[in-house]
Design a binder for this molecule. Structure first.
Ligand code: FES
Length: 366
């Protein structure tokens, strides 16, 4: 083991974004605005190589994501390969294309957990947000199939101004479905979420109501379901440890095979992201410039260097710093000590009385 690998821990999880193809068009999608074409996707052998290298590197969990990972016909093959490599497997899906036969194939391949997303509890609003008619009943059917197959299930709701009033009912629905966990995650403002920020960002009053609705649901369903509640950065005064710190715990692989420290990293165009087609995962993780650029604390601006919390928040979010200040190395403007904090407050002031129409996520080229 060389000096570098002694000081850098292996990633805990790998997010395998198998494809950007998706039947939904959610306006908060974390995929980049320029999507990878189907023809550019890594093939089955390419993904198998990535999964084997991940296991060798010390990765424990693989999250199959997209787009909609069910769009890949080789998903069962990849789940089997990950299982044989002793990786814990999680499928992140909208569920709209899940059939009994495919679920049986995934379970036989060793799939251990499914995270199923919903856009709302109200059918009309859910289908308006996701841009797909008939999606809600297909999701409810998928949830039933997953429960019958006895696969561990987490329900995910991305929350924003246009569904935030239903947070309590979201938890109720997850309990009714029989999920072990529900994620109530406020929208993060990158990618399509950033583009649609004026339509999505709740005001402080809505956030307070949602937070107390979550607390009430915790009491109502105590012992029956775990509730993860993720609040929006824009109303905070201290930054979050985005991804647990840049290149500390996670590695993302895009459909075309670019290795990224987070899902929005490609917005930082000054970094050259390596491809798994050209480099091993170990070389990427330990030695690539992109992964080392914001790792640890040495890169931090003077203000952050003197902060007692620097090894707790790891400087917050680099993509957010870029989105709000134009400089990915700036102090995260969420921090109230940042000289850019006023930029965030200005966005909150803008809150339009009637939210503008969504710019729906496009479909990638073939
Ligand atoms: Fe890229 Fe936070 S999303 S560092």
């Amino acid at each position: 083991m060389n000096t570098l690998s002694c000081v850098v821990s292996p990633p805990l999880g790998l997010l395998a974004e198998l494809t950007h193809r998706c039947p939904l068009q959610c306006p908060y999608c974390s995929n980049p605005l320029v999507l990878d074409a189907a023809s550019a996707e890594l093939d089955t052998d390419g993904w198998k190589r990535v999964l084997s290298q991940a296991a060798d590197l010390g990765v424990l969990q693989v999250h199959f994501s997209g787009g909609e990972p069910m769009s890949r016909r080789d998903l069962e093959v990849l789940v089997r390969h990950a299982t044989q490599a002793q990786l814990y497997t999680n499928l992140i899906t909208s569920g709209v294309t899940l059939t009994e036969a495919r679920l049986a194939g995934l379970v036989a391949a060793g799939l251990e957990h499914i995270q199923l997303s919903f856009q709302d509890v109200e059918t009309a609003n859910a289908e308006r947000i996701g841009g797909l008619k008939g999606a809600q009943s297909r999701k409810l059917r998928a949830a039933r199939l997953i429960r019958e197959a006895d696969v561990a299930l987490t329900i995910n709701f991305v929350v924003h101004r246009q569904n935030v009033a239903q947070v309590g009912q979201m938890v109720d629905l997850a309990v009714e479905i029989g999920a072990r966990r529900v994620e109530i995650a406020h929208t993060q403002y990158y990618g399509w979420g950033l583009l649609n920020r004026a339509s999505l960002l709740p005001d402080l009053g809505d956030l307070h109501v949602a937070t107390s609705d979550v607390e009430a649901a915790r009491e109502r369903h105590a012992g029956r379901i775990a509730i993860d509640y993720i609040t929006p950065d824009y109303h905070a005064y201290r930054p979050k440890a985005c991804m647990g710190g840049w290149a500390r715990r996670f590695i993302n692989i895009s459909p075309a095979g670019r290795a990224l420290p987070c899902h929005a990293a490609e917005t930082i165009q000054t970094l050259d992201y390596p491809s798994v087609r050209d480099m091993s995962l170990e070389d990427i993780w330990l030695r690539s410039e992109a992964f080392n650029r914001f790792r640890g604390t040495d890169w931090m601006p003077t203000l952050c260097q003197g902060c007692a919390l620097k090894e707790r928040d790891w400087g917050g979010c680099r993509c957010q710093a870029l989105a709000l200040t134009g400089d990915a190395s700036a102090t995260d403007p969420v921090c109230e000590l940042s000289t850019h904090h006023h930029l965030l407050r200005a966005v909150l002031q803008e809150h339009p009385r009637i939210p503008p129409p969504f710019a729906y996520r496009a479909s990638p080229r073939r």
